[in-house]
Ligand binder design. Structure first.
Ligand code: MRU
Length: 309
């Protein structure tokens, strides 16, 4: 199943805000629709945002719109995942935006499969693997980065168990990663984020594999909560891996200079449509945090397992 499809000069995106209740598609007829989809997290996850943005520029090109303006607006949709900027720059440098976007679409799938093969080498038969957020097929065009590694190990016949952190506030682990694993009968259990430490202390977690929004000098930015998982993993000697394509690398900048997105308070004050806090509660809602390089055992890429920057 593909997270996005290009059909009749339109981009169809699985609406991830509706999963797992409904599997429906959001249609992008123009680049403004793509911006809306990225902002509202109809499409989310660094590689998926990148490829959707590439098709956004292609849509602007097909409509004969001002490409510089469209590119600038698309780039301002979310700040942290570097794939967005990488993808828009790549399309802008190409003479054939649509052809280039289609190329990126296929490359994303091939890259994830290669990453999966490399990553599966660190997964042993019988391992229980903890993951945080959703770095699966839904965060890419298909197959996934962290969940791609898990898929590859499972396809090799290794008997593995997966633990998915719920991933508050938006529940990407609970809603999306669990759903993906269930589709393929990969044994999976859901835990609340705060159970991860206890299970590591009990020796019930063998490996951790997460994705990344940006790999830069000094560490990795990923979904809020990744830092606490990494710190706890260090304490209990659980190897902590990051799976990310080279398009997520930003080797120019320090990770501490990267803008960490802060999102609206309603994501924290509500579970779905249900308000769980007193009226007027003030909120901080950073969407990502930074895992320093010294907490990371390796970065699993399509080119092999690399040291963090
Ligand atoms: O806010 P999101 O859902 O876009 O955050 C996604 C993540 O943090 C993922 O782990 C990351 O983008 C890697 S996806 C392969």
């Amino acid at each position: 199943m593909k997270t996005m499809l290009w059909e009749d000069n339109q981009l169809l995106l699985i609406d991830q805000t509706k999963l797992p209740d409904e599997l429906t598609y959001f249609t992008c007829k123009n680049y403004k629709d793509v911006i809306q989809a990225i902002k509202t997290m109809v499409v989310r996850g660094a590689p998926a945002i990148g490829v959707a943005a590439a098709f956004g520029v292609a849509l602007a090109d097909l409509a004969g719109e001002d490409l510089e303006k469209a590119a600038k607006e698309i780039k301002s949709s979310r700040p942290t995942a570097v794939n967005l900027f990488w993808a828009v720059d790549r399309i802008m440098a190409s003479d054939f935006p649509l052809e280039e976007a289609v190329k990126m679409y296929q490359e994303d799938i091939d890259t994830n499969r290669a990453m999966g093969k490399h990553g599966a080498k660190v997964i042993e038969d019988g391992d229980t693997i903890l993951t945080h957020c959703n770095a699966g097929a839904l965060a890419c065009v298909d197959y996934g980065t962290a969940l791609g590694v898990i898929r590859a190990a499972f396809e090799e016949g290794k008997k593995i168990n997966v633990l998915c952190d719920e991933t508050r506030p938006l529940g990407q682990g609970a809603r999306l990663s669990v759903w993906e694993m269930q589709q393929e009968n990969i044994p999976v259990k859901l835990i609340v984020d705060s159970a991860a430490g206890y299970l590591m202390q009990q020796g019930e977690v063998d490996k951790i594999v997460i994705g990344a929004d940006r790999v830069a000098k000094g560490g990795v930015a990923n979904k809020i909560g990744s830092l606490m998982v990494a710190l706890t993993a260090k304490r209990f000697n659980v190897p902590f891996y990051v799976a990310a394509p080279m398009s997520t690398f930003d080797s120019e900048n320090s990770i501490y200079d990267v803008e960490i997105e802060e999102r609206g308070p309603e994501e924290v004050t509500h579970y779905g449509n249900c308000c769980i806090t007193p009226k007027g509660t003030e909120v901080r809602n950073p969407a990502f945090d930074i895992v320093p390089s010294d907490l990371i055992a390796g970065i699993i890429t399509e080119n092999g397992i690399l040291d963090p920057l």
